[in-house]
Ligand binder design. Structure first.
Ligand SMILES: NC(=O)c1ccc[n+]([C@@H]2O[C@H](COP(=O)([O-])OP(=O)(O)OC[C@H]3O[C@@H](n4cnc5c(N)ncnc54)[C@H](O)[C@@H]3O)[C@@H](O)[C@H]2O)c1
Length: 367
């Protein structure tokens, strides 16, 4: 039985998120809507997801649409770039896609971000649907309408706010994810709990075993509660003028570490390190206690997420944080914690505080 959540903008329903197992409900969505009959659909997916799920999606929607194409690009963050967006534009032109046609992003956050950006810009905007298949994209990136690609290895430097028409989550897809990718996605769920919901944080600890075992019912709750937090935040602030920036907890230093590692570390792993650094700065600013800092730090460990890394170049990472987008009049806008479940924006973090936090992340024997 599918569950549904609706994301609204300015109090008007904007798009639904469907939480289900399998692709049967997708078939029903398409067959129930006559308008799809005249539309071409392009499933955009990466080279790992294509052999797993592209045919299932094609079979579910083909009876209800005019034509269904599949565009495949090479998997990996290093391919979330304008080069692949251009290839997608060329493919769409070649197959005569026009404004009433539709893109489907089938894959993780890389596919969702790239497809969403292409949808926002092709012919000044065509519709797109998100079918997220990683934990990271289900708990976070497929909801909220942030799209974009990396540029010259600067993360998400080119992008647009562009809302999907539907987010369709087939929770079964989480079972084929590689372990490291699964835990990387969990970091964003932990981040959501730290920002807004201490009860959800406690729930994650209580259900640690079931989460790591990927128990289907537990994963459904994990994904739905994370989406509900994100929905609440993005409904109030769709274009990140204020509170939405709280969702960037762990991302300022996290993005810099991701770039310094040449994207060898996964996004969620870097978010985990960034959250530990933000908690450390919060402790040093007397916003949380030492006990809370160590509790937050150590809670990433059972989820196989890093709390330290080898050979972090402190000066380079600080320099990289300055080229991140999260600046406010030249000052880095940090997200810090007042307690577990309450994040705040802070413009007063100094370079020295940042350096101390990154130094603390550097691997030491006792880690
Ligand atoms: N737009 C947003 O609001 C937002 C928020 C957070 C993160 N992001 C972005 O999301 C990206 C990270 O997303 P990600 O972690 O999903 O990365 P990803 O899309 O690269 O997917 C991770 C890996 O898993 C593979 N994969 C995907 N689904 C699979 C499945 N069901 N079974 C087996 N393998 C599968 C992919 O091919 C890839 O190799 C980053 O680029 C980050 O910047 C965007």
């Amino acid at each position: 039985m599918a569950d549904k959540m609706t994301v609204s903008y300015q109090k008007k329903p904007c798009y639904d998120i469907i939480f289900t197992n399998g692709f049967d409900d997708l078939r029903d969505v398409f067959s129930a809507d006559e308008t799809y009959r005249n539309r071409r659909v392009c499933i955009v997916t990466d080279s790992n997801v294509e052999p797993l799920y592209a045919q299932n999606v094609k079979e579910a929607i083909s009876p209800s649409v005019k034509e269904c194409q599949i565009f495949v690009f090479p998997a990996g963050e290093e391919n979330k770039n304008l080069n692949n967006v251009q290839k997608l534009y060329a493919f769409l032109i070649e197959h005569k896609f026009d404004r009433k046609d539709l893109l489907i992003a089938l894959g993780g956050g890389v596919t969702g971000d790239l497809t969403g950006f292409a949808a926002a810009t092709y012919l000044r905007g065509i519709d797109f649907i998100q079918i997220p298949t990683t934990l990271l994209s289900q708990v976070d990136s497929s909801v909220g309408g942030k799209t974009g690609v990396d540029f010259d290895s600067y993360k998400n430097m080119v992008g647009a706010f562009y809302m999907p028409k539907l987010v369709y989550m087939n929770l079964d897809t989480l079972q084929t994810l590689e372990g490291r990718q699964f835990y990387s996605g969990f970091a964003e769920a932990m981040k959501s709990a730290l920002i807004k919901d201490s009860k959800f944080y406690e729930w994650q600890i209580t259900n640690m075993y079931e989460i790591c075992e990927r128990d289907p019912e537990t994963l459904k709750q994990l994904v739905m509660r994370s989406c509900d937090i994100k929905r609440n935040v993005v409904e109030k602030d769709p274009t990140e003028k204020g509170d939405r920036a709280l969702l960037n907890l762990g991302h300022t230093i996290g993005h810099a570490i991701e770039k310094a590692s040449d994207f060898k570390m996964l996004h969620g792993e870097c978010v985990a390190l960034g959250c530990v650094a933000a908690a450390y700065i919060s402790w040093k600013k007397d916003m949380i206690s030492m006990e809370e800092y160590y509790e937050i730090r150590d809670m990433f460990v059972p989820f196989n997420l890093p709390i330290s890394a080898d050979g972090l170049d402190v000066d380079r990472i600080v320099a990289l944080t300055k080229s991140d987008k999260k600046m406010n009049a030249g000052q880095i806008r940090f997200v810090l914690l007042e307690k577990i479940g309450k994040a705040v924006l802070n413009d007063t973090v100094t370079e020295e505080e940042m350096k101390a936090a990154i130094e603390e992340l550097n691997f030491k024997e006792e880690d």
